[in-house]
Design a protein around this ligand. Structure first.
Ligand SMILES: [Zn+2]
Length: 208
């Protein structure tokens, strides 16, 4: 059964970074196989159905190579996480992470071509179905687009002590703290609630 991925980061590159829950502890890994990577890519729109099928067939024939591509994808993910996490924390981006991103960009962007669409033109990726790492091209491009856009100032890292999900804060107040109110936000609220109850009990005990 194919895994379902959460795609709430607000940008393809952030959703990719969020395929591991806790980067620093290397916990909650969601990409445990190349087919997980393919499933994520399809769900996130980084691969067409046709290319997804072609790469699924390729992985069936070349399982070892597929695992190699998965490892490469995870390395890119960590580099992108470092870049955007640094951004979210108002720290300098490490030059080596930028170099790594530039390296994949140089392989990827040549695969873009213009395609006529209704009423105009659009960018289209070519040859993804023949390239086992083809899903990483749009991910790298998304990271580059985000870094050069004004939206980069809206990148945040979840305020939870363990969760390291990245997201775009599109709230008007720009004060969103949690990746998701229903998970990390609720846990934080529950903790605050618990502390308040305990503090009130202590006050009552001290007064009696
Ligand atoms: Zn979170």
């Amino acid at each position: 059964v194919e895994k379902t991925f959460d795609l709430s980061g607000g940008a393809l590159c952030l959703d990719f970074a969020n395929t591991i829950g806790e980067h620093r502890l290397k916990r909650n890994e969601r990409l445990t196989s190349y087919s997980d990577l393919l499933a994520w890519s399809r769900q996130a729109g980084a691969l067409s159905q046709e290319d997804f099928r072609a790469l699924t067939r390729w992985a069936g024939r070349r399982p070892r190579e597929a695992t190699g591509v998965l490892e490469k994808a995870r390395r890119l993910r960590e580099e992108m996480f470092e870049i955007f996490s640094a951004f979210a924390r108002r720290r300098e981006v490490r030059p080596e992470d930028l170099t790594a991103l530039n390296k994949i960009l140089s392989r990827s962007l040549g695969r873009l071509s213009l395609a006529a669409r209704k009423g105009g033109f659009g960018w289209r990726w070519t040859g993804q179905g023949d390239a086992p790492e083809g899903m990483l091209w749009p991910v790298a491009r998304s990271a580059a687009d985000l870094l050069v856009s004004e939206e980069r100032t809206r990148v945040r890292e979840c305020g939870s002590a363990t969760c390291s999900w990245l997201f775009l804060d599109r709230s008007r107040s720009r004060r969103r703290r949690w990746c998701d109110m229903s998970t990390c936000g609720n846990r934080a609220k529950a903790r605050r609630h618990y502390r308040r109850i305990k503090a009130a009990a202590r006050r009552r005990a001290a007064a009696s």
